[in-house]
Design a protein around this ligand. Sequence first.
Ligand code: ATP
Ligand code: MG
Length: 388
Amino acid sequence: MKELIMIKYGELTTKKANRKIFINVLTQNVERMLKDEDVEITKDSVRMFIRCNDSSKIVAKLQKVFGILSIVIAYKVNNNTEDVLQKSLEIMDKSKRTFKVVTKRADKSFPIHSMDYSKKLGGLILKNSNFKVDVHNPDITLTVEIRTEGTFVYTDQVKGPGGYPVGVQGKGLLMLSGGIDSPVAGYLTLKRGVNVECLYFESPPHTSIEAKNKVLKLAGIINEYSGRVKVHIVPFTKIQEAIYKNCPDIYMITIMRRMMYKVAALYAEKIGAKILINGESIGQVASQTLDSMVCINNVTNMPVIRPVACLDKLEIIEIAKKINTYETSILPYEDCCTIFVPKHPVIKPVLEKCIEYENNFDYQALIEEAINNIETITNFKEEFEDIL
Ligand code: ATP
Ligand code: MG
């Protein structure tokens, strides 16, 4: 295979003790991402190498694998200066003017120190080309990595997505709606290495099949960063109707969200998820004031991670656009949160009142029934190819 991609690991380099696990998980994730490609993957404790024939396609895929700091198209030559010089001159873009050499000496037995080597190679390039040196703001940064198995030279680095490899932190359950916030919350949590599965509450016939498909499409987009996203669909109609019948208007949303949390926490335990994740943002709506959060969060001890809690809506939208969920999120289908919405939802709910109103109906039985009837979509991509 004619091309060589070199991957630099991200934040995992600082986590000495877990390094091996991180690299193994990252390798599995890279293998999963490239399973349909003709590639050869090798790795050591600082770099991963991928041999392939079409690097542009592979690089695009690697840009969605968390744990990768940067991706370079590298050229491997023997550890001798003539070969390094020749390859350097070959890959330096002739339309550019200035350069600097950065040497990384991974092979400490190599007799010349990094700075000296950069000076030596820089001098030879000056002599053998029209390039000029600019150490502060060069057009080309030529990097030379001297390793025992050979020397790697490269000029361009593509930024990877950073973060930790998905899976190193175990599993989390994302409450995924069709809105803007929760897919962004899912993306940000995947980036921290959490293996995210999704829980969607649907209330047919009050919510439509289009609303559900929209959620599946969003899950498909965040699945591009994971390859393991599942969507669990909770039949929520009976619970919502019971709330509607039995609770005062102004408390309906608060109680609905408490029910969602109860279902989510119980189901998370069932599937081995350690945390809940959602797209709540402080103060965004009545159910996201601090008083509301206190009341709603009270139903579970499970950690609830809210990655966008402190972001402005515009900041969330910026990420949604970047990860390509925005256009889908703004499609106008009703969510179960937007049906039965009271005119004036309580913004300072009182916990005792929530409990009192909930005792008006047998929510335990309804929750159990809902959980028993959760539908899980595992082979996500294939099953939904038609609608995505
Ligand atoms: P928007 O971007 O319009 O705010 P949203 O998805 O954030 O949409 P909210 O009403 O703000 O909607 O809900 C707060 C959070 O509750 C969501 O981010 C999501 O995590 C969760 N949630 C709301 N509705 C559902 C649902 N039908 N299924 C699963 N989770 C939901
Ligand atoms: Mg929101």
